[in-house]
Ligand binder design. Structure first.
Ligand SMILES: [Zn+2]
Length: 179
């Protein structure tokens, strides 16, 4: 079982969304690195990838032979009231992984549950061979969510990893692995 953790955007090249205090790229780097540590603690081979070019992200994941690909991002909206977690998928197994991660995020961080969504238009999901999801942890543009992203970064990483483990330990995943 090989897992790729991808931090969205690339510090120094593309900050991603910008909040009052945080940049998306910096938050994603921390969550990616912490999640990778937790996964390695559980014995899973894990590669971290954070680079500006989407084709390079996909190439790194496929070159590594990843079984699971988890990209982390922060959401943003012009409407500052928008808040919560949502997770995108592009396959049936991906939908299940997305549901596992979204459930952990909303329970453990008490973010609003914006649910799982069809992400088949998203490049990194469409072009990755692995079961792939893209996690929008919370809204960097919302003060309540930004405070969570600032103060509880490691809890976001733990929730993402908890969702991955729920997926891997679940019945549906066993059936998926047999295929
Ligand atoms: Zn992003």
């Amino acid at each position: 079982m090989k897992i790729v953790m991808n931090g969205g955007h690339c510090p120094g090249k593309d900050s991603g969304a910008v909040g009052a205090q945080l940049t998306e790229a910096a938050v994603c780097r921390q969550v990616m690195e912490q999640a990778a540590l937790l996964l390695r603690d559980q014995g899973y081979e894990t590669l971290t990838v954070q680079t500006n070019e989407l084709a390079d992200i996909v190439g790194a994941s496929d070159g590594y032979g990843a079984d699971l690909f988890v990209s982390v991002h922060c959401n943003a909206a012009g409407n500052k009231a928008a808040r919560g977690s949502e997770v995108y998928f592009a396959s049936e197994a991906g939908r299940y992984l997305a549901a596992c991660i979204c459930s952990r995020l909303t329970r453990e961080l008490e973010t609003n549950d914006r649910g799982v969504r069809d992400g088949s238009r998203l490049y990194v999901l469409r072009h990755t061979a692995a079961v792939a999801v893209l996690v929008e942890l919370a809204f960097i543009s919302n003060p309540v969510d930004e405070a969570l992203l600032l103060g509880r970064t490691n809890a976001f990483a733990a929730a993402v990893v908890g969702g991955i483990l729920d997926f891997l330990h679940g019945k549906e995943a066993e059936e998926w692995m047999k295929c």
